[in-house]
Design a protein around this ligand. Structure first.
Ligand SMILES: NC(=O)c1ccc[n+]([C@@H]2O[C@H](COP(=O)([O-])OP(=O)(O)OC[C@H]3O[C@@H](n4cnc5c(N)ncnc54)[C@H](O)[C@@H]3O)[C@@H](O)[C@H]2O)c1
Length: 246
């Protein structure tokens, strides 16, 4: 699919990887709508990006926003499901005697924001694509944690689910010309990574990465563009992790 002239929706695009992806799509000539729940960050978006407040976990709000894009732009060609929250909690933590096991409420909350959201937004977008018989490219942002990262039960499960939905939808939606792929970043040098991990942990990760560095947000954006542009890639989870295995 040609990026130039297409209409793209990037969730969680007000900062971090989503913003890098939105910028790159816009630089390549797409009309880009950034949907995020962070209104302060949306207010500071660079020029050239449209913005809309949306909570990806709220099905009714998502339907309204997608219908609004259809009304103003006539179509939606590209969906990047990027919104998510990196979350770490060990399954057992003996240092918290009040409750040594992973909290179930936090497990569910992580699944809602990282997994259910991808279902909710994609369902709202694909309904329009199928009814209007327009082709589309969906790119889900997964994670290296999908293979099961120590200390991240909920987040790993959510991202493994994202990978499974990617492959399932590639099989179900291909007949309508809708391709579904995912990008699974390793450790990227974003603010969220630096908040989530100590300096020591980051050094350890870099030491274990064959390329001996963190990734850059532009490198994730570049992978998204490749998946959008290549019309025969469908059902792929593309690792962007410098060769790191966890
Ligand atoms: N940064 C990394 O190294 C890394 C690695 C692997 C995967 N990822 C994934 O990449 C994606 C982006 O991560 P990031 O590091 O840029 O994070 P980030 O926290 O910098 O950005 C996430 C964005 O999503 C938005 N968001 C969160 N919950 C939302 C909701 N319910 N509704 C609407 N918007 C919501 C936030 O407001 C924020 O703008 C996530 O899916 C994350 O799991 C990141």
């Amino acid at each position: 699919m040609e990026v130039k002239g297409s209409v793209a929706l990037v969730t969680g695009g007000a900062q971090g990887l989503g913003l890098a992806i939105a910028r790159r799509l816009a630089d390549d000539g797409a009309i880009v709508v950034v949907a995020d729940r962070n209104e302060d960050a949306l207010a500071n978006l660079p020029q050239g990006l449209e913005c809309v407040t949306m909570d990806v976990t709220d099905p009714e709000q998502v339907k309204e926003v997608v219908a609004g894009i259809m009304e103003s732009h006539g179509r939606l060609d590209i969906l990047v499901n990027n919104a998510g929250v990196i979350f770490s909690e060990p399954f057992v933590n003996v240092m918290t005697p009040a409750g040594i096991m992973h909290d179930y409420g936090r497990f569910r909350a992580s699944l809602t924001v990282n997994l259910d959201s991808v279902f909710i937004v994609t369902a709202a977008v694909v309904e329009h694509m199928v009814k209007r018989r327009t082709k589309g490219a969906i790119v889900n942002i997964s994670s290296i944690s999908a293979c099961g990262n120590e200390g991240q039960t909920a987040y790993s499960v959510a991202k493994a689910g994202v990978n499974a939905m990617t492959v399932t939808w590639s099989k179900e939606l291909g007949r309508w010309g809708i391709r579904t792929n995912a990008v699974a970043p390793g450790f990227i040098g974003t603010d969220s990574t630096r908040h989530a991990l100590s300096e020591t942990a980051l050094k350890h990760i870099q030491g274990n990465t064959p390329l001996r560095r963190l990734g850059q947000d532009e490198e994730v954006a570049q992978a998204v563009i490749a998946l959008v542009e290549n019309d025969f890639i469908n059902g792929t989870v593309l690792d962007v992790n410098g060769g790191l295995r966890i």
